[in-house]
Design a protein around this ligand. Structure first.
Ligand code: SF4
Length: 265
């Protein structure tokens, strides 16, 4: 586990740019999952494999920040995974949810970890809380190349099923679709029976000098050298034929099977 240290004073509640959500909470600064494609790596203040920061007395600080806004749904999962491994011990997320529930707020959580099941009791009591799981890889060996510290697809899918059974709203994100590596159709077949909606996002990287692309380049060059150039040309051009072809395939699948797919490629 990374070293956990208190961060310098900063807001816990911050503005959220996602549609329909005004605010977000990141209970940690940094993420032990350390997915090599993660956009947040480019702004990381520390090496998250070594050091993760927490807000000291997160409950007291968040309580005063929540007092300034009306009860509403708060997003959790923007720059960190609220259920990364250290949450089992540090319980920052659990404290946030307990406070939000007490004050009449609800949560919309994006995670890759089945540790979220621990907090089902709180989520059930909130008004329309939701949990989304993201999945990007078809096999475990490939997942471990890009996000070795996450749990496997089977655990995520079982967690989706359990949350659904418990009456918590769920969604799945097929994210990121890595061109020529992710078999999106196969993952949709896997996810569709256990969630009501699937959002699909392609790998988007803006800057070839960003930390995430440098990591991706290194892994692809080592493990899939023949795919490096095709992947790079699609990743840096949303006009690339790969995306048009995949969009077409997904629209056909959505219509033929009446699936609730939100295609954001
Ligand atoms: S789980 Fe999310 S926030 Fe954490 S490293 Fe992976 S993509 Fe980034």
């Amino acid at each position: 586990m990374a070293n956990i240290k208190p961060c310098s004073k900063r807001p816990v509640l911050t503005p959220c740019t996602l549609a329909g959500l005004n605010y977000q909470v990141d209970p940690y600064i940094g993420c032990e999952h350390y997915c090599y494609y993660c956009y947040a790596l480019n702004q990381a203040e520390t090496d998250w494999r070594e050091e993760i920061h927490i807000h000291e007395d997160i409950t007291r600080q968040l309580e005063s920040e929540l007092a300034t806004i009306a009860p509403q749904t708060i997003y959790m999962g923007w720059q960190t995974d609220s259920y990364q491994p250290c949450e089992a011990e540090y319980r920052q997320t659990r404290q946030v949810l307990e406070l939000m529930l007490k004050k009449g707020f609800s949560a919309s959580i994006l995670t890759k970890s089945d540790l979220v099941l621990r907090d089902t009791d709180l989520l059930q009591k909130m008004n329309r809380a939701s949990v989304s799981f993201s999945v990007a890889f078809n096999d475990d060996r490939t997942r471990c190349l890009f996000e070795a510290n996450t749990v496997d697809n089977e655990k995520r899918i079982e967690a989706l099923r359990e949350l659904k059974r418990a009456g918590v709203r769920t969604a799945a994100l097929l994210c990121p679709v890595i061109p020529y590596l992710t078999d999106a159709i196969q993952l949709i077949e896997l996810l569709a029976p256990c969630t009501e909606v699937i959002w699909i996002y392609g790998l988007g990287i803006d800057d070839r000098s960003g930390r995430n692309w440098l990591y991706m380049h290194k892994i692809l060059n080592r493990e899939f050298p023949g795919l490096l150039e095709p992947i790079a040309s699609a990743v840096f051009s949303k006009e690339h034929d790969f995306w048009a072809q995949l969009r077409g395939d997904l629209v056909r699948l959505k219509n033929d099977r009446q699936l609730n797919l939100n295609i954001r490629l």
